[in-house]
Design a binder for this molecule. Structure first.
Ligand code: ADP
Length: 621
């Protein structure tokens, strides 16, 4: 990079000067002969001048030279009066054009400077990345931050993520320990999570803990105006990183760069694709033992090009979700360190009031509180300040973000508890791993996560029924407690219906329809849930369709009845778990089962269900 000299005004000046000099020299050598005015006059008297052209300052023309040949000449005029006086005094006199060199230089330079000034101003206004002259590599310079003050203790409420990254820190500190046995460290770690959950902060903390330099760039900065520049920046970044190894390269907004490569888009995204390609090449190309770890952050992992996630690239993913109650409290505590709080401040209450907020939002609340206190000229931030800050921030976020109100939260709690209890009481279903009523993503207000205990390749009818029951558990629980269902259960219902439909039409599991496949679909794989969602093409008669609808309805009714009975028997447990969930927002699978087992009827039922074999991980939302 140092080889690229800076574009400098001095080069321009030097160039202009050289051109002028050259111009003069050439003019002197091949131009007409310069003669003094006195010589011109004497030649005139001798009738040697053949023809002349009279200009304002000069006279040019042809005269007969000493050897009789014609010579082009030029002379600078002297005022005729003066010339008359001078003539006959035997002196040589010549006219002199006052040097116009500086003047002409000036008349050149002023507009140039003016133009450059305006240009510079415009470039500044447009900001980096704009403008045609910006393609020089100097803008691409990415500096490493050498000493990062951030530590793990500054990042709160994300203990699992920290534990995963601890290994990276150890590797950066003492790479020999890992490479001695031929082990390979991950090259890339992808931090996934909603905005403001501390992805950047955590990457900086890894660099800080390990004491290594930190290169940081945003994915969108790579995507340049000119094709090829983004790729050049990637190369440059990796070159620098290798020089500074061990170090961390952090790419924010990886999705800006790593979106799935489109098929047949008309060249518009070539630049991005080239850049992405270069990134992949660089990631594949370097030896992991040099100690460069690439960390990237995204809040849209689903749109990333799968090539990025392959082994040897971003093969390790760390999830940073919105914090739960304890997480929020911990984050508030971290940021409260630098604020002088009054004695009446209860951070726990604040944490309870702020479900669905991210770490960045919480930091914002404390900041806002401090500003409110400062405005009122107080020396300490009081609870009232912070309460008001919460109102402000939540109010602002309510519109654009999902912040759930108390009633909705209750509904979600009962809904999720319903899923979880049905899962616990139904044989052959996956273990409940976690229940959460923290909103996540766009669609889910809460979720019950089930984890399979082993890999499965086929499913029996009762297993499928178990899944349908778990899906129905949410709406049944809502109806039991609130007397009606809500729109939140619509997706569950749809998925349950699709499953039952598939059971009847594809797998011959119905009573009246027999062992016939009613529609063929090119989907040999059953297990991926989404494959069930495509509406089947009809390949059967109207009569069959009617029979199918009838059986579908009966089947679903039957399932719902079972779930209804199941949950009705355990309303106390439903109530207890939902309340606990309302309090803690997240319930680990083990804690949930402990509650179930404490309830004697529940324990019996769960034992009878004998649990836990089934297929891939799935989530009921
Ligand atoms: P992201 O990169 O995930 O969008 P950032 O790391 O930029 O989020 O977080 C923005 C700010 O929010 C951080 O600088 C920090 O002050 C605060 N913050 C976010 N998450 C946490 C956390 N888990 N602990 C402490 N502070 C946090």
């Amino acid at each position: 990079m140092e080889k690229h000299h800076k574009f400098s005004i001095w080069y321009v000046l030097l160039g202009i000067w050289a051109v002028l000099i050259l111009n003069n020299i050439i003019a002197g050598q091949i131009g007409p002969k310069q003669i003094p005015y006195s010589e011109f006059l004497s030649q005139l008297h001798d009738d040697k001048i053949k023809e002349i052209a009279i200009g304002k300052d000069t006279i040019t023309g042809k005269m007969v030279g000493k050897d009789g040949a014609e010579v082009n000449f030029t002379t600078v005029r002297v005022t005729p009066d003066l010339a008359k006086d001078l003539e006959g005094h035997k002196i040589e006199f010549r006219g002199e054009v006052e040097s116009t060199f500086l003047r002409s230089l000036f008349s050149w330079m002023v507009p140039i400077f003016l133009f450059m000034g305006v240009w510079y101003f415009m470039m500044k206004r447009m900001g980096p990345g704009a403008g045609v002259m910006n393609f020089g590599a100097n803008k691409a310079k990415i500096y490493a931050e050498e000493e990062i003050p951030t530590r793990f203790e500054d990042v709160a409420g994300v203990d699992e993520a920290k534990a995963e990254l601890e290994e990276i820190v150890q590797f950066l500190k003492t790479p020999e320990r890992f490479t001695r046995l031929g082990g390979r460290m991950p090259k890339g770690v992808l931090l996934v999570g909603p905005p403001g959950t501390g992805k950047t902060l955590l990457s900086r903390a890894v660099a800080g803990e390990a004491g290594v330099p930190f290169f940081s760039i945003s994915g969108s900065e790579f995507v340049e105006l000119f094709v090829g520049m983004g790729a050049a920046r990637v190369r440059d970044l990796f070159k620098q990183a290798k020089e500074k190894a061990p170090c961390i390269v952090f790419i924010d907004e990886l999705d800006a760069l790593g979106k799935v490569r489109g098929v047949g888009n008309l060249g518009g995204h070539d630049e991005r694709e080239q850049t992405l390609q270069q990134l992949l090449v660089e990631m594949d190309g370097f030896d992991p033992r040099v100690g460069v770890i690439i960390m990237a952050a995204t809040n849209r992992p689903e749109i990333l090009d799968p090539a990025l996630l392959r082994a040897g690239r971003f093969d390790r993913q760390v999830l940073l979700d919105k914090p739960d109650l304890n997480g929020r409290l911990a984050i508030l505590k971290v940021h409260a360190r630098r604020i002088s709080l009054a004695d009446d401040v209860n951070l726990k209450v604040l944490a309870q009031r702020t479900p669905g907020l991210s770490g960045a939002d919480l930091e914002n609340i404390l900041n806002e509180g401090a500003l409110l206190a400062a405005r009122a000229d107080r020396n300490e931030v009081t609870m009232a300040d912070l309460e008001e800050a919460v109102d402000r921030i939540m109010g602002g976020l309510e519109k654009k973000n999902r912040v759930i109100n108390e009633q909705e939260k209750q509904r979600v709690a009962f809904h999720e508890t319903g899923h979880a209890l049905v899962a616990a009481f139904t044989p052959l279903t996956d273990k409940v791993h976690k229940i959460s009523i923290i909103p996540r993503g766009i669609a889910a207000l809460g979720y019950t996560e089930q984890r399979p205990t082993e890999d499965r390749y086929l499913m029996s009818q009762s297993e499928l029924e178990g899944r349908v029951d778990v899906l129905l558990g949410g709406r049944v629980a809502e109806r039991l407690h609130f007397g009606e269902v809500s729109t939140g259960a619509a997706n569950d219902l749809q998925r349950a219906t699709d499953m039952v439909r598939a059971m009847l039409t594809q797998y011959g599991m119905g009573q009246t329809l027999g062992a016939v496949t009613y529609n063929r679909r090119n989907q040999p794989v059953f297990l991926p849930q989404d494959s069930l969602l495509a509406p089947p093409a009809q390949e059967y008669s109207e009569a069959t369709a009617a029979a199918l609808d009838k059986e579908l309805r009966q089947y679903m009714d039957g399932r719902e009845k079972r779930v209804q009975e199941l949950l009705q028997e355990h309303t106390d447990l439903l109530q207890a778990v939902a309340e606990r969930l309302l309090k803690d927002e997240v319930l680990a699978g083990a804690d949930f089962m402990a509650m179930v087992n404490k309830d004697s009827a529940g324990a019996q039922k769960a034992a009878a269900a004998g649990h836990h074999r089934t297929s891939h991980k799935k989530k009921e939302e």
